[in-house]
Design a protein around this ligand. Sequence first.
Ligand SMILES: C[S@@+](CC[C@H](N)C(=O)[O-])C[C@H]1O[C@@H](n2cnc3c(N)ncnc32)[C@H](O)[C@@H]1O
Length: 269
Amino acid sequence: MATFADRLGGFPRWVTEAYWTETHGSVFTAPAHPAAFRRAVATARSLIPRVAQLTGASPTDVRKWLGELRGARLAQEIRARCPEASGMGSPNAELLYVFVRAVRPRVIVETGVELGVSSAYFLQGLRDNNSGELWSIDLPTIGPSGRLNQEGRLDRSHVGSVDQVGKAIPERLRPRWHLSLGDARELLPSLDAPSPWDIFFHDSDHSRSHMLWEYQTAWPRLRPEGYLLSDDVPDNDAFLTFASSVSGRPFLWLRRGALRKARVAPAAA
Ligand SMILES: C[S@@+](CC[C@H](N)C(=O)[O-])C[C@H]1O[C@@H](n2cnc3c(N)ncnc32)[C@H](O)[C@@H]1O
């Protein structure tokens, strides 16, 4: 007999995340929304072919990589070492891993580490590729009251102490990791990650002005056909504004976005 998970097309965690996004997080308090649920299933099902198309991989490869990721039991390892972490096993985290497997980056740069869930997924991808390194920047927010971003909005992501930045990252993945602590505004422009970067991921201060500033700062250091990835894209128009400023076609999934830099036109003969 088909299980509930079978009926969700084999992506129960992905559908849950899509449903959460559809209902703006009111999934536990609002009455069930059948239409939103149908859209969530369709979204979850569309992610593999869409990310395959964006990265130039085949859907078969994407499924294979997801199988390898789940076989590595990274989500369970993170939960065991860091029970307060969240987001493991979500499409947001798993698609970061897929990007790494498909793009085979030499250099990834990310802003916003907190407990290190995104970092762990990037690093697992680098390990499975057996190449590449990750440079992360985080200005730790200590204590549960969080920090006001540049627009005065409260961001509650935090760690208990400075040494907990990246606490979720298993020791076995750390040899490929470089962490710089401080404000991205100060550290990003002169970060010692070798250029060009293959992937840049924004997940720090989600104010419009800061997001735009990070995209504008990282973009020139990305290689042709490199990827700009961002969290919290629906919060404001920064990602879409930046995409249109570089004539890029944004790929959006749940709360995240990706933008591929164009191939440089060949010089005239
Ligand atoms: C949403 S959390 C990152 C979550 C992480 N990427 C993950 O997926 O697990 C945002 C982090 O950015 C940090 N942050 C906020 N403003 C920052 C800034 N200006 N520069 C660097 N980090 C910042 C916060 O302290 C917090 O640790």
